[in-house]
Design a protein around this ligand. Structure first.
Ligand code: TRP
Ligand code: ZN
Length: 505
């Protein structure tokens, strides 16, 4: 029935793929350089990674970021965006979670010009993607401190182990910054792991005639001396992998979700209006118009199923298909490679609840994002005269969902909760089989309890993080009260963690 891989690796413009063996060597070297030194300093050193099962170097231990203030200048040489320089100042407010003599930030590429902590110059050292900062004065556990990093350069584009491109992506008329799973460290220093969420202010100055679109709400737009500055404010916590900036020529369309000012109208009692900010590449404007006009309808439908929309604004960013090869659930306004079809729109907007608001604790928990967003597509179909979720489940189980046999087989390649490697965290088992796990839960607890469950899960972890064990424990506890006869153990054992195709129930 369907033949749409979720993420089409875009190798057409990528650098040669680095052999896995070389990557291993590079990783080993970086790790070695991070462990030199010793004695007391070792005790008070924030770790250079959070031991993510797939990306062990990502993120840093010893502190929690609460806010990023990024002030960015985009400086393209005339005529080309590929060589455009980025000049940045990142002010990172964080709280030390233990005594710190030094700590790390993730930053890949770029030249660091200065680092200060609480306004005092700090020593810095770079090794691979690690920027080690040693403040003049140590930081005490619980202390809130501000680090300011000034940096510049031409940001890098990253090629992931599955061949897709992320990070800094020059487009026909500007640039697009996308960060799943590791790309955000190419354009700002930070704690680049999904477990450390923070609020943001993102201010971007571009040459007059270009526009800068980001997450959150546009607070100001001002021009001076041939340049325009756009200031975006992200009021709700955001994981860095869903941060974005899109620079280029865009057509802007603003609207709202909800007719009324409150009570009883539009988005339900007290919800008020939700601003919609849509930015579309002019080349995609005509094809996108009808589908993007349905954003309010999709949001209202989603609120009915998943609970109140978790953020202060919504929308979309549409670039050209030749600019990027995949969609991404960037917070507030997902990015699309050309005009999306309705199910892709539903998928990315559903991620605002599942992924952006309830964010995985590690990259192993990806199915909590993709299984939910895929199941949202099924629910949309079911509610709009298409196949029911049961029919889609059955087609997948019988192996006649995708057009080709290999794709139908690939659904069973590995258990959704245990992708075999970083290269496979966006494969079919994470999406389709992840959605099948949710359908099995629905079958076990019944419709009423199921819809209550997926809403209360989103509420319980709103603006936070959760992992697979949190989810199964939550479902168990919920079922004790609402569906005491439900037998969940085989779902976890066979569907979530089991190798191969689960036996027919
Ligand atoms: N999260 C995206 C989606 O489903 C797909 C995607 C883009 C992705 N880049 C990725 C998934 C990197 C895993 C890793 O809409
Ligand atoms: Zn997705």
């Amino acid at each position: 029935m369907v033949s749409c891989p979720h993420r089409i690796p875009d190798v057409s413009r990528s650098a040669p793929v680095v052999p896995a063996a070389l990557l291993t060597v590079a990783l080993a070297l970086t790790l070695t350089s991070c462990t030199e030194g010793g004695g007391e300093a070792e005790e008070s050193r924030g770790s250079a990674g959070l031991r993510d099962p797939y990306f062990p170097q990502l993120g840093n231990g010893g502190y929690d970021v609460t806010h990023y203030a990024l002030t960015l200048g985009y400086e393209p040489p005339s005529g080309t965006h590929a060589e455009a320089r980025l000049r940045g100042t990142a002010v990172i407010t964080a709280r030390a979670t233990r005594d710190l003599g030094s700590f790390n930030l993730d930053l890949k590429g770029m030249d660091v010009e200065s680092v200060t902590v609480e306004g005092v110059a700090a020593r810095r050292k770079r090794a691979g993607q690690e920027l080690t900062v040693t403040p003049e004065n140590g930081l005490g556990e619980g202390e809130t401190f501000r680090t300011t990093v000034r940096y510049s350069g031409v940001p890098e584009t990253i090629t992931d182990s599955d061949g897709s491109r992320e990070g800094w992506l020059p487009t026909a008329d500007g640039v697009l910054a996308l960060g799943e799973p590791t790309g955000s460290m190419t354009w700002f220093p930070g704690n680049h792991h999904p477990s450390d969420k923070a609020t943001y202010d993102i201010t971007v100055t571009v040459p007059e005639g270009l526009r800068a679109v980001s997450n959150g709400e546009l607070k100001s737009e001002s021009g001076e001396g041939g340049r325009t500055t756009y200031s975006w404010h992200v009021a709700e916590p955001m994981a860095s992998y869903v941060a974005t900036i899109a620079i280029g020529t865009y057509e802007i369309r603003r609207s709202t979700v909800g007719e009324g000012e409150g009570e009883g109208e539009g988005r339900g009692a007290g919800a008020g209006r939700l601003p919609v900010y849509v930015a579309v590449d002019p080349a995609q404007a005509e094809d996108s118009r009808a589908v993007l006009a349905r954003i309010p309808e999709v949001i209202e439908w989603a609120e009915g199923n998943f609970g109140p929309y978790p953020f202060s604004s919504t929308g979309a960013i549409v670039d050209r298909p030749e600019d990027i090869a995949y969609a991404l659930e960037t917070q507030n306004r997902p990015v699309f490679p050309g005009a999306p079809d309705l199910s892709l729109l539903v998928h990315e907007l559903a991620h605002q609840w599942y992924g952006d608001s309830v964010t995985p604790k590690s990259w192993r928990d990806m199915w909590l994002n993709e299984g939910f967003a895929t199941y949202a597509e099924w629910l949309w179909e079911e509610d709009h005269g298409g196949d029911s979720a049961q029919e889609i489940f059955d087609a997948l189980y019988e192996g006649d969902y995708f057009q080709d046999a290999a794709s139908n087989e690939a659904v069973w390649d590995f258990p959704p909760a245990k992708p075999p490697s970083a290269a496979r965290i966006s494969d079919s088992p994470v999406y389709e089989r992840g959605a099948m796990v949710l359908h099995k839960i629905r079958e076990a607890v019944g419709d009423d309890a199921f819809f209550e469950l997926i809403q209360s899960w989103a509420t319980a972890h709103r603006h936070g993080n959760a992992d697979t064990a949190d989810f199964t424990a939550y479902v168990e506890k919920f079922a004790e009260k609402r569906a005491p006869d439900a037998d969940l153990t085989p779902i976890w054992k066979e569907w979530l963690y089991g190798e191969g195709k689960p036996p027919e129930a």
